[in-house]
Design a protein around this ligand. Structure first.
Ligand code: ADP
Ligand code: LRH
Length: 499
């Protein structure tokens, strides 16, 4: 039978992992083994928030070493990296990294998007790029750097998105991968190349950007120096759908062509795969995005603030010294009283607050609702509000695509929060199909196997995943009136200032 082993690095905004995938293509089965996991903690320096990019490179090397120690070094046919979107590094002409990549939650972009919109026009920007307006898109980060620190841009020779950059460190080759390039809001949605007119109008150097290569392209092999350092063979490296959300959507175990998905991690990305971008007035008014997918697909979706809200509550409480696990926090939420107060998870004030629990309380106070006091009450408020927001965005997705979806596929680390999965099913009044948990890493692996010739296409890849990993079904419970809660939620959302 046809067997293959590949290695995936999936870097989320909260943690990264190295995963070995083993394929038996004749049996139509695959298995995975997590061989390394590490935190991805941002680092604040002065006023600036950065990623610790060299530590991430170090952890990738540890993952390769771990593969070697487990005896996989001679079996691995290729490796690939996917990560969160929008962030980047700048290289000097000699190839050295200039500065430390910024974190998209850095406040340097505050107010920048409004100025860019005022100068270009929102409708024009949307018609060109099809991207949702998020203040941290690469386009606004570059404009912020140009305003604040123009020397940095002037010195730069090449811009590489985070996975491009890490791949460059591993291979010495510079390439820009397509799916992640689309998240910059600088790729034209129709021509699929950098929009030179837009760059020019913003005074951004067009020569920084490399022509995007399609996902599934072989883009080099480990350098001689890395091979010597780690004592491993020159493993081939493939540019998969390097945007983690692109890879997560590859791994949705849907058997039909039309399906709705929720990729649930730090962010909640909810939408549907379409053949063409949807650039209608309504899509713009609802601020939906069209991100480039693998093999010519389009991801119509909306960013929802997601489990970031919970991560940040936990971080605030951890600092106070009472460390509870996510599972323990979910238990407390389960015991808290239902439907006390709601937030719009996507209000700007939740993007990067100093203290998440206090920010949630402030929101409830400002909207004249009961103010959640305990950890359980706060987490319950977040989980109910997320589930209700999912309903709103799912229904809008249906209106934009003209399709109806009988249920919602959820992939990603967030499915370990079973209360959230059940709340989501209750809120949408449909089934939720939860799994697989390592969505992005699986999408990463199967695109490697498509590139290597073991899997013929995307739908066969999804069938393989469906046949290899469990999916848990949640059905709506009648226990409480989620319809009434949705009315109350919408009231609150319409009272707060929402983008
Ligand atoms: P990312 O890839 O964006 O870093 P993940 O997909 O790894 O995020 O999901 C991480 C999130 O999953 C955590 O922030 C947490 O909210 C949730 N999570 C992980 N494990 C559990 C658990 N045992 N119970 C409840 N929630 C969990
Ligand atoms: C999820 C994600 C999402 C982006 C955000 C910056 O990890 O890639 O698709 O919007 O991070």
């Amino acid at each position: 039978s046809k067997l293959s082993t590949a290695l995936a690095f999936d870097l989320g905004a909260s943690s990264g992992r190295a995963i070995i995938g083993k394929l038996d293509s004749e049996a139509g089965q695959m298995t995975i083994e997590e061989i390394h996991r590490f935190p991805n903690d941002p680092v604040k320096v002065g006023d600036r928030l950065h990623w610790d990019i060299l530590r991430l490179l170090h952890e990738i090397k540890q993952g390769i070493l771990s593969a070697k120690h487990l005896g996989y070094a001679d079996q691995i046919e290729s490796l690939a990296i996917d990560s969160w979107a929008v962030d980047f590094g700048l290289l000097a002409p000699g190839g050295e990294l200039l500065g430390n990549p910024y974190h998209y939650r850095d406040h340097q972009t505050d107010g920048v998007m409004d100025r860019v919109i005022a100068s270009i026009g929102q409708a024009k920007l949307y018609a060109k790029t099809g991207l949702q307006f998020l203040q941290f898109n690469t386009i606004y980060q570059l404009c912020a750097i140009k305003e604040r620190n123009p020397q940095l841009l002037n010195q730069a020779d090449v811009l590489l998105m985070i996975p491009d950059l890490l791949r460059y460190f591993l291979t010495g080759e510079k390439h820009s991968e397509f799916t992640n390039a689309t998240t910059t809001q600088l790729i034209n949605a129709t021509t699929h190349i950098w929009d030179a007119e837009l760059l020019e109008q913003l005074g951004l150097p067009v020569n920084l950007l490399l022509p995007p290569v399609p996902s599934g392209t072989r883009v080099g092999a480990l350098t001689a120096s890395i091979c010597a350092e780690l004592d491993v063979p020159a493993l081939p490296v493939i540019a998969v759908g390097e945007h983690d959300t692109a890879s997560a959507v590859v791994a949705v175990p849907a058997l039909q062509e039309d399906f709705a998905f929720l990729s649930c991690g730090t962010w909640s990305l909810l939408g549907s795969e379409t053949l063409q971008p949807i650039l209608s007035e309504q899509a713009l008014a609802w601020n939906f995005t069209n991100e480039g997918g693998v093999y010519g697909t389009n991801r119509l979706l909306k960013n929802i603030m997601g489990l970031w809200l919970i991560q940040e509550c936990k971080r605030a409480w951890d600092k106070d010294g009472e460390v509870l696990s996510f599972a323990e926090l979910v238990k407390l939420a389960e015991l808290a009283p239902p439907f006390k107060s709601f937030i719009d998870p996507d209000d700007d004030q939740f993007l990067s607050p100093d203290h998440m629990p206090k920010q949630i309380q402030q929101y409830c106070r400002d909207t004249q609702q009961a103010v959640p006091q305990t950890k359980g009450e706060l987490i319950r408020c977040v989980l109910e509000s997320l589930a209700l927001k999912y309903r709103l965005v799912l229904e809008r997705t249906e209106q934009l695509t003209g399709k109806t979806y009988t249920g919602l596929h959820i992939v990603g680390g967030g499915i370990q929060n079973e209360l959230l999965c059940q709340f989501t099913s209750n809120a949408i009044g449909r089934e939720v199909w939860a799994g697989p948990v390592e969505g992005s890493a699986l999408g990463n692996l199967v695109v490697q196997w498509i590139a290597l010739g073991y899997i013929p296409n995307l739908s066969e890849a999804r069938r393989l995943i469906r046949n290899s990993f469990p999916v848990k079904t949640y059905s709506p419970s009648e226990e409480r009136d989620w319809g009434e809660a949705y009315e109350a939620f919408q009231q609150v959302v319409s009272r707060s200032i929402v983008k």
